[in-house]
Design a protein around this ligand. Structure first.
Ligand code: ARG
Length: 270
């Protein structure tokens, strides 16, 4: 297996504060047993495709299950996140320690720059293109360091709908040069950049119904897509393009504004 991911068991997961619109109506509403079941089922499925490293869960950091926000990994380098909200800043030291212990080299952004890792930075599989989201969490200035460290082409996309506050909630780069996304989550200019960079036949626009069920928040391993939900129409479309759709409902985590992709950080992307 070539792919590797980092996950963190949900022992202390809960919605204990609100930093996105999904959390506002779900404070204290997580069914912990169900969350554990859903997480384990995702873990089992992902294990069939990839090796999974585990981060030790810690109390008082209920969002640390969303390891996609730890930072961005490329080969032996790790760019740690610096969270927008104080509620999540305590996670930073746990993530840093794990990466240092595993022998990664850490490269820090300036202290004034916010960056939320793979939540807002997604590689186009098989290319040196990195899509970055900004508008709610990550500062666009974070691209300067990434450009300096790696020879990347970066396209920044402005997010405009607070329900889709991270790029990975509304945009998913796919193998074969395709992208799947929810158009209304982006500014007019950013929609235009997607169109200028990806030909029409490679763009999969999804409905609001699929978007609010986090269909774009998919873990992708080659042509396998592991996601929370997809409508029959979307499943047909994806299958006809040669993708294998694996549904893994993670409704308890949606209460905190995260889906499958948020629960796993890629250690091997591009
Ligand atoms: N409650 C978390 C937050 O608002 C959810 C993070 C979801 N992660 C992601 N990669 N989109 O930060």
């Amino acid at each position: 297996m070539n792919s590797q991911f980092l996950m963190c068991p949900p022992d202390y997961f809960g919605v204990e504060y609100s930093i996105n619109p999904w959390m506002t109506h779900n404070l204290g509403c997580v069914d912990t047993d169900n969350a554990k079941k859903q997480w384990h089922s995702l873990f089992e499925t992902l294990s069939k495709f990839a090796n999974i490293e585990l981060l030790k869960p810690r109390p008082h950091v209920p969002d640390m299950v969303f390891t996609a926000n730890a930072g961005l990994v490329r080969k032996e380098l790790f760019i740690p996140s610096h969270f927008q909200h104080l509620e999540r800043r305590q996670e930073e030291t746990h993530f840093r320690k794990w990466f240092l212990r595993m022998g990664y080299r850490l490269k820090d952004l300036a202290d004034s720059v916010r960056f939320e890792g793979e939540g807002d930075a997604l590689f186009q599989p098989g290319s040196n293109l990195l899509w970055m989201g900004y508008g709610f969490r990550t500062d666009p200035q974070s691209q300067d360091l990434l450009k300096k460290l790696f020879s990347l082409r970066i396209i920044t996309l402005q997010l405009v709908d607070p329900r889709f506050y991270h790029l990975d909630t509304c945009f998913c780069p796919l193998s074969g040069g395709r992208v799947m996304y929810y158009p209304k989550a982006f500014s007019v200019d950013s929609l235009q950049s997607i169109k200028e960079n990806i030909p029409a036949q490679n763009r999969i626009e999804i409905s609001e119904e699929d978007a609010i069920h986090f269909a774009c928040n998919a873990i992708t391993i080659e042509n396998n897509l592991i996601l929370n939900h997809a409508s029959p129409t979307l499943i047909d479309r994806l299958q006809s393009l040669g993708y294998r759709v694996i549904l893994k409902p993670v409704g308890e985590f949606l209460k905190a504004g995260g889906g499958n992709k948020c629960l796993a950080l890629s250690l091997t992307s591009n």
